[in-house]
Ligand binder design. Structure first.
Ligand code: ADP
Ligand code: ZN
Ligand code: MG
Length: 479
């Protein structure tokens, strides 16, 4: 037997921090970072007698996420205590939801090699985040920072419907994009606002019974998740092939060695002694409330994609990339509102802009220049004020010195030479300097024309209008 004889089975538990202004059970700010223990009050520090009050926005955001992922929204829901001891959890329990989550039975559709696939969601529930431990680098101890304690989370639990590392990646990217579209989370993975517990098992092809799973907790990079799944599924297959058995355990993925290590086993034996949170009332949700929230949902990626293809005439490939992130797609729309040239905006975004985003490691909303300025730049090309190659120079300048493109062009004297007299002068000069090219062209070597145009562009520092150069060179050569 070999790798090909096994199916990989993956289920993800995704935690996403909600971008409400205040925490889930008190009015402390949710803002990331800050001096340790400055975003805290008796409630989130678990002082005796402090009582939680549920933040209504948290319920609203979770329901938004539920609607956007095709879930059923519960009419009645409640909070429960999940008991465990850990130094970053001062109450010794986390307020979460056990048997009555806010949302159930949804799905998220992803694109796979074999077409679209639905990944079913078991549930989405609300809970509070824990604090953070800062381990002293000299090993003298650990300090607790409770700024994050009580930041609202939703946990999105998938069915084990995911069958490969690339499907897991597609699912996470889709989920991230949905949460960004509905603006309930900033999904900054490097800040931990989106993180996943990755459950992996393998089974012989054709059998229905699931294998024993292992779990890797709190992973927050697509790349590590893909590598971890590939490594872990191969490790499990090898164990089984050698007659061994998989034990259900929590593993730690180590990015440096590219391996998983055991953290604790017998996960099943963990008993959280869940019980209803006695300090909070039942959450009752009316149909009207759900409908009201439903109406506030923006156009979702699927719909936008269809609109880009049908109304704006973009290729599916472009539409896919542009709508993969709300920030990117907003940039596209706002730039296009200025220049009304969808394909040109798309080309600029998919080449130069995405390159800048990757180099800077930022999202499209953090570009130094505005979408409107990008639109104006494209307008200038369309009006033939500048050539595409000059536009690239202007864009480079815009990233370090975010001014209107017109201003940059004026300052740097980059306006395209489109005056017939001026172009003719350049053409004649270049021809005079390159008699060999004239001879080559006349001898049938068409490439000589390209060379001449190139020389003219070089001498004018890219400012000459290339179409005019072409036509005029041809005219002269044919004389
Ligand atoms: P917990 O990990 O908190 O005990 P669950 O038992 O509900 O929670 O399972 C958590 C996740 O593990 C779910 O996303 C589920 O799809 C996934 N899962 C369950 N069984 C398997 C399995 N055999 N292989 C892979 N994933 C699994
Ligand atoms: Zn507080
Ligand atoms: Mg789990």
């Amino acid at each position: 037997m070999s790798k090909e004889d096994y199916d990989i089975v993956i289920g993800l538990e995704v935690h996403s921090e909600l971008s409400t202004k205040t925490k889930i059970f008190c009015s402390c700010p949710t803002e990331f970072g800050g001096e340790p223990n400055t975003h805290c009050c008796p409630v989130c520090m678990a002082m005796p007698g402090a009582l939680p009050v549920l933040n209504k926005k948290v319920v609203e955001y979770a329901i938004k996420a539920g609607i956007a992922t095709n879930c059923t929204i519960a009419k009645e829901s409640k909070n429960d205590r999940k008991n465990y001891f850990y130094p970053d959890l001062p109450k010794s329990y986390q307020i979460s939801q056990f048997d009555m989550p806010l949302c159930t039975n949804g799905f998220v559709e992803i694109e796979t090699e074999n077409g679209p696939k639905k990944i079913r969601l078991v549930r989405i529930h609300i809970e509070e985040d824990a604090g953070k431990l800062n381990h002293d680098e000299y090993g003298r101890g650990s300090l607790v920072d409770l700024n994050r304690a009580g930041v609202p989370l939703i946990e999105i639990v998938s069915e084990p419907d995911i069958s490969s590392a690339s499907e897991a990646e597609a699912y996470l990217k889709k989920l991230k994009s949905i949460l960004e579209y509905i603006e309930v989370s900033d999904c900054k993975m490097q800040e931990g606002s989106l993180r996943a517990d990755v459950n992996v098992s393998v089974k012989k092809k054709g059998t229905d019974e699931l294998g024993t799973r292992t779990e890797m907790k709190n992973m927050n990079s697509f790349r590590s998740i893909v590598r971890a799944i590939e490594y872990e599924s191969e490790r499990q297959i090898e164990v089984l092939e050698n007659g061994g058995i998989i034990t259900q355990e929590t593993l730690r993925w180590d990015d440096v060695s590219g391996k998983t290590f055991s953290m604790r086993d017998k996960e099943d034996a963990q008993d959280y002694r869940y019980f209803p949170e006695p300090d909070l009332a039942m959450i009752r949700i009316s149909d009207e409330y759900v409908q009201k929230i439903s109406k506030t949902l923006p156009e979702m990626p699927e719909k936008r994609k269809a609109r880009y293809i049908e109304e704006l005439g973009l290729p599916e490939y472009d539409a896919n990339i542009l709508t993969s992130s709300k920030h990117l797609s907003d940039l596209f729309e706002r730039a296009n509102n200025v220049c009304n040239n969808p394909k040109a905006v798309s080309n600029w975004i998919m080449s130069d802009i995405i390159k800048i985003l990757n180099e800077e490691g930022i999202e499209a909303d953090k570009l130094p220049f505005s979408a409107e300025q990008l639109g104006k730049l494209i307008n200038l090309i369309d009006k033939k004020t500048i050539s595409t190659s000059i536009a690239k120079t202007v864009l480079e300048e815009m990233t370090v010195n975010p001014k209107d493109p017109e201003e940059i062009i004026k300052e740097k004297g980059l306006i395209q030479i489109s005056d017939e007299g001026a172009i003719k002068e350049i053409v004649l000069k270049i021809l005079e300097e390159n008699p060999q090219s004239i001879a080559d062209y006349k001898a049938g070597r068409d490439r000589a024309l390209g060379f001449l145009v190139g020389q003219a562009m070089k001498q004018t520092k890219g400012k000459a209008n290339p179409q005019m150069l072409n036509t005029m060179f041809l005219e002269e050569l044919k004389k």
